[in-house]
Structures are given as structure tokens and as C-alpha cells.
Design a protein around this ligand. Structure first.
Ligand SMILES: NC(=O)c1ccc[n+]([C@@H]2O[C@H](COP(=O)([O-])OP(=O)(O)OC[C@H]3O[C@@H](n4cnc5c(N)ncnc54)[C@H](OP(=O)(O)O)[C@@H]3O)[C@@H](O)[C@H]2O)c1
Length: 255
């Protein structure tokens, strides 16, 4: 193994990625698996998870799949128990699963607020709290936030509150878990070409406007998160914790 391969290798490590059946989670799971981690894919849709599991296994990874609705506390608790039994020790947790429920503020439904907060903020907290005891020194938690953790936008108060909360939860977890040698960081995507971004992608005007808001003039593709996810999961990031990494084509840095 070359020096660089060794630096970023996840061989011998275990990883859990939520929302791993499609989109950004699927891409992150592939990256971690290809870097050598034994990887558990979590999501709601069992069929989608199974397809992803088979695709990653075909690339040579050791991959497991576990359907769980992370909007249900009892299912999050059951997932934690499953991981304890299946893995014993966990090195990498990626809290990626998320929902967005845009609606005008004055009509914003309680159900949309509750689901967004439960999946995007409550579940990452519960998983970090429940799984940190399984993590040895060198463990890494990665929370997928958004540029919406930094900027205001229309018709989506719960999403902004959840992502801003997750950004700040990252720093508080980093503080508490540092004593155990566990690092906690956030990756904040800009606009990415996935099902979640489809509303804007499918509207030519919004698609062009989103691209023009970046410095690089482009949307992100799931594989654009591969490098930063492997870095943060690996021992190469041994002195990096409590940080936000925005993968947004320069959106937040642009005047
Ligand atoms: N795409 C973007 O432009 C963008 C930008 C900034 C941040 N993000 C964030 O990046 C993350 C991934 O987004 P994406 O674009 O890949 O979204 P996506 O294509 O809509 O996929 C969402 C993922 O989350 C899972 N999920 C949703 N609700 C769940 C629940 N109750 N229990 C378990 N899993 C659940 C889905 O599982 P199923 O497939 O089983 O439904 C799916 O795997 C999210 O946190 C999102 O907020 C995305």
C-alpha cells in the first residue's frame, strides 16, 4: 500500500451511513466502502437499500443493509441495538438521512415541522449518543448539514432550523467526545443533483440560477462528497474536529 493509500485507508473499520439507498448517502457509502470500511446502509426503503447493497458488494465491499424509519424514536433505538449486536465496535457514523418539506410559512404544517426536526436533527443526536460508546479512539462522526445552516431561504423554516441545529450540535458533540478521542465534523452541501434537489434541477430557470450562485458555475454530483467524506472518516483527519466543510462550488464564499 502506498503512503497515501495507507493515510486514507478505512481497512478494518466499520461504518454506518444513514439515507444510504440513494443520493448523497449512496455516494458516501460507496466511498467509505471502497476505502475499505465494512459498511452498514440504513434507510426507509428496503428494496432501494438492497439494490445499493448488491451494487457496493459487487465493487468488492463488505456491505450490510438495515431498513429503519429514523423519524420514529423506537426504530432509532432498535437500530442502535442492532449495530451494537452486529458490529460491537463502530468507527464511523455518517448522519446523512434528511427530508425537506417546503411550504409557505403561514401555512407551515405541524406534521412537516415535526418530521423534519425528527429525521434531520433528533435522529443524528440519538444515534451519536447511542453509538459513541461503541467508538474507540479515532472514531469519526460526520453530520450532513447544508448551506441552509448558514443562509436564510424561503418557505422552509423547519429545514433551516434543523440544519442550523445540526451544525451547532456538531460542535457540542465534538466538545464532549474529544475526551474519548472521537472527532465530529459537518459536511454542508450546496445544491446537488439528487431527488431532493429535483424541484430546482427540473426547472431550467432555477437550475441555471443555482449554478450561477456558485463560483464554479455548477451543481454538485454525489461523487463530489467522496473525497471529503473519506478524509474526515480516516486517520488523516486525526486533528480535525468541530469543523464545517462546505462543498458548494464556492456558494458561501461568493459576494
Ligand atoms: N441534494 C441537495 O441539494 C442537498 C443540499 C444540502 C444538503 N443536503 C442534505 O444531504 C442529505 C442527503 O440528501 P439527498 O439529496 O441525498 O436526498 P434524497 O435524495 O432525498 O435522499 C434522502 C435520503 O434520506 C433517507 N431518509 C429520509 N427520511 C428518512 C427516514 N425517516 N428514515 C430513514 N431514512 C430516511 C432516504 O431514504 P429512502 O430512500 O429509504 O427514502 C434517502 O436515502 C440530507 O440530509 C439533505 O438535507 C442535500
Amino acid at each position: 500500500m502506498s503512503y497515501v493509500e495507507e493515510l486514507f485507508s478505512l481497512g478494518g473499520k466499520t461504518a454506518v451511513v444513514t439515507g444510504a439507498g440513494r443520493g448523497l448517502g449512496r455516494g458516501i457509502a460507496e466511498a467509505l466502502s471502497r476505502a475499505g470500511a465494512r459498511t452498514l446502509l440504513v434507510g426507509r426503503n428496503a428494496e432501494r437499500l438492497q439494490v445499493a447493497r448488491e451494487e457496493l458488494a459487487a465493487l468488492g465491499g463488505e456491505v450490510l443493509a438495515r431498513p429503519s424509519d429514523l423519524g420514529e424514536r423506537a426504530e432509532v433505538d432498535a437500530l442502535i441495538e442492532y449495530i451494537k449486536a452486529e458490529f460491537g465496535q463502530l468507527h464511523i457514523l455518517v448522519n446523512n438521512a434528511g427530508v425537506t418539506k417546503p411550504q409557505p410559512l403561514l401555512e407551515y404544517a405541524d406534521e412537516a415541522w415535526d418530521e423534519t426536526l425528527r429525521v434531520n436533527l433528533d435522529a443524528p443526536f440519538r444515534l451519536a449518543r447511542g453509538l459513541a460508546p461503541l467508538m474507540p479512539e479515532g472514531g469519526s462522526i460526520i453530520n450532513i448539514t447544508s448551506i441552509a445552516a448558514e443562509l436564510g431561504a424561503g418557505d422552509n423554516p423547519a429545514y433551516g432550523a434543523a440544519k442550523g441545529g445540526l451544525k451547532q450540535l456538531t460542535k457540542f458533540l465534538a466538545h464532549d467526545l474529544a475526551a474519548h478521542g472521537i472527532r465530529v465534523n459537518a459536511i454542508g452541501p450546496g445544491y446537488f443533483h439528487t431527488d431532493m434537489g429535483a424541484l430546482s434541477w427540473n426547472d431550467p430557470e432555477r437550475r441555471a440560477q443555482r449554478a450561477a450562485s456558485t463560483m464554479l458555475g455548477r451543481w454538485g454530483e454525489p461523487e463530489d462528497l467522496a473525497g471529503v467524506a473519506v478524509l474526515l472518516a480516516s486517520d488523516a483527519a486525526g486533528d480535525i474536529t468541530g469543523q464545517d466543510f462546505y462543498v458548494d462550488g464556492g456558494w458561501l464564499a461568493k459576494l
